[in-house]
Design a protein around this ligand. Structure first.
Ligand code: HQG
Length: 184
């Protein structure tokens, strides 16, 4: 994705996950907003995004962060697939996770994580990756060396922890206690 589209993707993330009110919008309870309404609101707040760029970000995004669908009113709507800090009910069903999941983070965070487990912070859920490579990329967003953690998801599910998978393949859970975490 070129630099302009990365900028558009970040702009959409900010509005659709964290600050819809910054452009005068409210998301519906499931996090959707009408595409035309969104584009008009961005333009009205001096942050215009063209429909072509929105489509390019939705379909070309490395991580498929956004989903477009047709609402009950027959109009196109868009939402972020995960990562919200504003309250939304994504309506994801509980699913049996793979036996192991992975989490990439900064090495400096590991002692704290091994004490209190993985906590969701301001996000809705702890984000886990299905493969080590993705976890590596997630961890590399932090400064300093990356630490890779393996989560015993089978054992967690066995003791009643619930998991969901976002539309773009991120595994979500409420909290990962330290006993299920192993540093790779
Ligand atoms: C850490 C990106 C100390 C955790 C990615 C992480 C992902 C703790 C940071 C998505 C801790 C939170 C989410 C504890 C957790 N002590 N540190 N007890 N528990 N942490 O960004 O998982 O590009 O909220 O390790 O691809 O890094 O936005 O979570 O380093 O899918 O689409 O606290 O964000 O997606 O950071 O990333 P984040 P994350 P997007």
């Amino acid at each position: 994705m070129n630099a302009d589209l990365v900028r558009v993707s970040k702009r959409l993330s900010a509005v659709l996950r964290h600050r819809p009110a910054s452009v005068g919008l409210a998301l519906d309870p499931q996090g959707w907003v009408d595409v035309d309404t969104l584009l008009a609101a961005l333009a009205a707040h001096s942050r215009p995004v063209s429909r072509d760029d929105l489509d390019a970000v939705v379909s070309g995004n490395d991580k498929r962060r956004f989903a477009v669908s047709v609402g009950a009113d027959g109009r196109e709507r868009i939402r972020a697939s995960q990562g919200h800090s504003v309250p939304v009910a994504l309506g994801l069903a509980d699913r049996q996770p793979p036996a192991v999941l992975f989490h990439g983070t900064s090495a400096g965070a590991v002692p704290s994580i091994l004490r209190t487990g993985l906590v969701k912070g301001r996000r809705h859920a702890v984000h886990l990756s299905a493969d080590v490579r993705t976890a590596q990329v997630v961890g590399a967003r932090r400064s300093g060396p990356v630490a890779l953690l393996e989560v015993d998801a089978a054992a967690m599910a066995g003791s009643g922890h619930r998991f969901q998978r976002s539309a773009n393949g991120v595994w979500l859970t409420e909290h990962v206690p330290p006993t299920f975490i192993r540093r790779l």
